[in-house]
Design a protein around this ligand. Sequence first.
Ligand SMILES: Nc1ncnc2c1ncn2[C@@H]1O[C@H](COP(=O)(O)OP(=O)(O)OP(=O)(O)O)[C@@H](O)[C@H]1O
Length: 940
Amino acid sequence: MEVVKCPEHGTVCFLKTGVRDGPNKGKSFYVCRSNACRFVLPTDTPVSHCLLHEEFVVELQGLFLPQGKKEWRLFFRCTRSKAEGKHWCGNVPWQDPNPKEHPVTSKPSQASKLLPQSPSQPRNPFKMLDNNRKAASWKQLEEQKPESNCRMEKDTSPDLVTERHSGDIRDSDGTAQRANLTTQLRQKKGTLAAVNIQALPDKGEKLLKQIQALEDALSALALSPEQETKEKCSPQEPQLSNFTKTAADPLHLVPPQPPPSHELVGSLGLKAGRQRTPEGSSQCSGAAYKNQHRLHNVWQITSEAIDELHRSLKSCPGETAVAEDPAGLKIPLLLHQKQALAWLLWRESQKPQGGILADDMGLGKTLTMIALILTQKNRERSKEKDQSMPVTWLSKDAEQHTAPGNVLLPPQDSSIFTSNGTLIVCPASLIHHWKKEIEKGVNSSRLRIYLYHGPNRSRQAKVLSTYDVVITTYSLLAKEIPTTKQEGEVPGANLSVEGISAPLLRIVWARVILDEAHNVKNPQVQTSIAVCRLQAQARWAVTGTPIQNNLLDMYSLIKFLRCCPFDEFSLWKSQVDNGSLKGGERLSILTRSLLLRRTKDQLDSTGKPLVPLPQRTFQLHRLKLSEDEQAVYHVFLARSRSAFQSYLKRHEGRGSHPGRSPDNPFSRVAQEFGSSVPQRSAAADSQRPSTVHVLSQLLRLRQCCCHLSLLKSALEPGELESEGVALSLEEQLSALSLSRVDVSELSPTVCLNGSCFKVELFDNTRRSTKVSSLLAELEAIRKGPGSQKSVIVSQWTSMLQVVALHLKKHGLTYATIDGSVNPKQRMDLVEAFNCSREPQVMLISLLAGGVGLNLTGGNHLFLLDMHWNPSLEDQACDRIYRVGQKKDVVVHRFVCEGTVEEKILQLQEKKKDLAKQVLSGSGGSVTKLTLADLKVLFGI
Ligand SMILES: Nc1ncnc2c1ncn2[C@@H]1O[C@H](COP(=O)(O)OP(=O)(O)OP(=O)(O)O)[C@@H](O)[C@H]1O
């Protein structure tokens, strides 16, 4: 299709394609939009199939240039939609190949002569076909209705077309159109979810384009200015989020219309307050225009960014493409690491430079990243580094130092240094691990490493900028880099470094790597804000669990990567994390472009495991609490239920009807607990347990399942924090006082809520049901073949102490890694466990030991208690199931029947589903409810 203007009317012509049997079948003609005009111009444009209804051919196309826009939209209609009486099937962006030349390429009189014209159907070249002849070869024509009275006519809106049937102008048939588009979209997405697109010859590109076109068509419908105006004029109507209107909405087939160009101010137009009200606008048109303008900008910017990501995917190396090991690497890369290296190098040549390496834990991400550093260093050394590498998505501060040829200039500010080095940020427990892995994997002279850690660290940016690798910790970064809360809300923080003494901020790094990047999953915390302020050409997030809770986790990483415009929170929420199919699809594109993830159970194209690892099995030990334990459990259950009910009542008063809504997460949790949603009462209002109160009650229930002695100790704030919540001082105090259990030294009984229990029950020397089961398993392992070692995980150090006591009694040697063990001691303990006969058992706390530990010396892992966050458990499992493991691995989990542990198990599954959907790039049906369920279940 081209921009062909009618010489008489000056309007852009439609393109009609003959679909009926006859001489004009398959031929195309430009025709004037005006019914009365006889202009017809044949063209050799081939017949094309509909983007939405693949089986049908396009019979009408029209170009529209939205006011004030440079990008045309090509509207199209196929025979099916025509037969259904629809105006258009949809529209796609269209680029004018000859923007300056739109001559009328033929004189109307000549053109008219090319076709026999009927006086009654002056503008329709197809009317001359024999209506009685059946369409023999084109299946779709069988379904086509006769078009005897059909003609095109201008609508009141200059760019609108309506069809007149038997003399009646039909109103917009948008509802049907939307439904149709939605159905098509669902089908395509169904296909996308069902097939392995990597296996398709074009890697699903066509399918994705079709989906994009459908999305665009739906967006165009949703962004009708008339609709927006109506919404804004009616105070009753909610200001519906941009692109997720329901099928019941009134529809207008109008491409989004921007306001006049003089109003285009602000980056994304998201700051409505900065926009001017257009003069002469009608009653509520100021707000409507602003909103329309804002929506239009957001829509356009989002579409462009998605298009760009799509385009960049074309150059993405295939699954089997490999990069060679860089010179100087002592440990040969495994095949999947070579493939990852090819992908990493590709990403460093894309916008934004960098991405997310999210391979399963233990697949050797550290060595892979080291290989990237070394490869780039070698390239740079041999002057092979691609000088034309685009740096437009650099840190905005760094951009200031970029010359037109994309060459990094020395910074103007002499206190800022450009480095060819890499800054690695990791948890404190891993700094030595990184250093060791580099020393182990790279010839000594190749990379100069500096540990930016400890009180004696060098604070000279100039010196630091000369190292190839600088390793530091999240906590140090958060401490050194001043932040304000506001920065957490501003994407791609483009903040001045003036007056900041933090040396790491005074360096423009070649790359920044965040190891265990889920540490920055909350964009508002100091650490996240600090890492976003770092300046670098390439940014990498390395994590085996990029999605732990919800899509906010992903947003944090996108923000760190400065993946504009999705690093702007309001845009992320409205365009991606909005629960809509379209949002899911955008997320999917972002994921496919920016994230590489392989799992341990993944097979390669030949059906072999991607990484050869021994077998891993999971054993779920279903336990029944003893009668005594059950009795105590029930006292706590009753207590927690009543606390929870009071909590619900309190929250009922806050929303409109939150307590009664079936969708209310509180109601759902109430159901989980088997209690109905309570009615509001004055008495209940007087009892106001805090969120943390409910949380502590739940925690107590879980402790009951492990060992009753845990109930004796007051809850540590740290233990509550491990639930994923940062407590205020007030809340901490509240948690502590609420967790008090009445234990009298003098009395042989313990009284809980009026029920008395023997004091021995709470003694740590007593074998609880879980401890008994654990010891039985350990005994079986000891008696089993070969020398097998075990790792035992609990989130409570108090539980580890109880277990340690029993291990000692049982004659088993053990070591413990918890938060109190410093990084150096950790390394020594790990070394001993992996390389020596003893200890036989390693006790690790879920939070302290969950990351970075390589415990391949053990092949049994016991998860003593259940955490609501399955990622934490997965992390723990991957301590033993990783590259380097030689023995078959067994993961043991314990669940006490009829307790809260069973519910946690169910919720864990839901969470895992969310992560799977997002990471597989099929995030269409991502729901936001899962986290809410979990949060509330634990009173967060
Ligand atoms: N190519 C290789 N050859 C031999 N051993 C390797 C290779 N790559 C990695 N390893 C070893 O595999 C183990 C796991 O690697 P690494 O710690 O990098 O995994 P990871 O993916 O970073 O895990 P996590 O996400 O848990 O940090 C390490 O002991 C590492 O030395």
